[in-house]
Design a protein around this ligand. Structure first.
Ligand code: PMP
Length: 361
């Protein structure tokens, strides 16, 4: 029996209930084969069809142009922190990294092992002291690429624009925002994402890479991180995370049934506005990020007294609202509102927050 619970985890995060039910229904007997998808050889026709369909659906959802490869790899988001510099610094070992929070900072640490990295501050304060995004950077036109993180999962800071980097390829860590709204893929050299938020279960990373960037890997690049080698082998140079790939495919089909990224984007905006609107109107809760830089996916908020945090989390859990504790670096609370979170979950959260504030304010 389904217990009504809303899971606000930042990742691994909730997946669409419909998808979970479908996976459950075909868990032990996929397509009448009498075995589970996870028991199929990745090289057999049955699995290859699953893999190819997932790629087709992702291409359709994101309108990925033909001159981009789509790779299904392992190693999550951090694997790509290492793979990006290894793949792009073979001819020109310098890159610009725009840093806006924890995840873009962690990406720098990996790139510095491979080449020369210039760190550019991506943040600025508004006149009223709120955290906002810088809109201009001192970019190096001779850099191999510019890296940024469109949505900082920890801080809840999200770009509402794509940085213009001229002819220098733009690389985006979209781990916590991919598939949350339409995006013009042609503006990017590489888009990558760990799967465990809007794509599927952990263990998988999706990489979308423009063809002309496949020929500049460092010679020491391990084959399983090498985009050209992986593209040539249809992401099956080694055994891929087959079950995660299959489940991601079910999520892509679910997204198509929702009306695609334009429709899901509108829903995500409405969900985020509901929560931010409530927080802004309250003198018990606060969020200090400028409205233009607020994440639709990860909404951090703070109670007026940190001493109430434990009670808030305990009572929220009892009300079926899970995983609201903020990241330890920023404290407070964080509600992650990925695609699978229905508006009803946000309504339930807001009404709980209202009740809690009245009791403890
Ligand atoms: N980038 C971002 C934006 C993330 O949110 C995360 C994980 N929360 C990562 C990278 C790291 O992903 P992984 O744990 O899959 O390596």
């Amino acid at each position: 029996m389904d217990k009504l619970v809303y899971n606000f985890s930042a990742g691994p995060a909730m997946l669409p209930v419909e998808v979970m039910k479908q996976a459950q229904a075909e868990f032990r007997d996929f397509n009448g084969l009498g075995v589970s998808v996870m028991e199929l050889s990745h090289r057999g026709a049955d699995y290859m069809a699953v893999a190819a369909q997932a790629e087709r659906d992702l291409r359709e959802l994101m309108q990925i142009p033909d001159n981009y490869k789509v790779l299904f790899l392992q190693g999550g988001g951090r694997g790509q922190f290492a793979a990006v510099p290894l793949n792009l610094m073979g001819k020109n070992a310098k890159a610009d990294y725009i840093v806006t929070g924890q995840w873009s900072k962690s990406a720098v640490a990996e790139a510095e092992k491979v080449g020369k990295v210039r760190v550019l501050d991506g943040l600025q304060k508004t006149a009223d002291g709120r955290q906002a995004l810088a809109t201009g950077w001192d970019l190096d036109p001779t850099a191999a690429y510019v890296h940024y993180c469109p949505n900082e999962t920890v801080e809840g800071i999200e770009y509402d624009f794509i940085p213009d980097t001229g002819d220098v390829p733009l690389v985006a860590d979209m781990s916590s925002t991919i598939l949350s709204r339409p995006v013009d893929v042609s503006r990017f050299g590489i888009i990558y994402a760990g799967a465990q938020k809007n794509i599927g279960p952990s263990g998988l990373a999706v990489v979308i890479v423009r063809d002309d960037l496949l020929a500049q890997a460092c010679p020491q690049t391990p084959a399983i991180l090498d985009y050209a080698a992986m593209a040539k082998a249809d992401s099956m140079l080694n055994t891929p995370p087959t079950y995660a790939w299959y489940l991601s495919g079910l999520v892509f089909q679910w997204l198509k049934r929702q009306g695609g990224l334009a429709a899901i984007g509108e829903r995500n905006q409405a969900k985020a506005e509901l929560l931010y609107g409530f927080v802004d109107a309250s003198d018990f809760y606060r969020n200090d990020i400028a409205p233009s830089a607020r994440s639709w996916m990860n909404v951090p908020f703070w109670l007026k007294d940190d001493a109430l945090n434990d009670a808030f989390l305990k009572e929220a859990k009892a009300a079926g609202l899970l995983a609201l504790k903020g990241h330890r670096i920023v404290g407070g609370m964080r509600a992650s509102l990925y695609n699978a979170m229905p508006i009803e979950g946000v309504q339930a959260l807001v009404s709980f927050m209202d009740k809690f504030a009245k009791q403890h304010g």
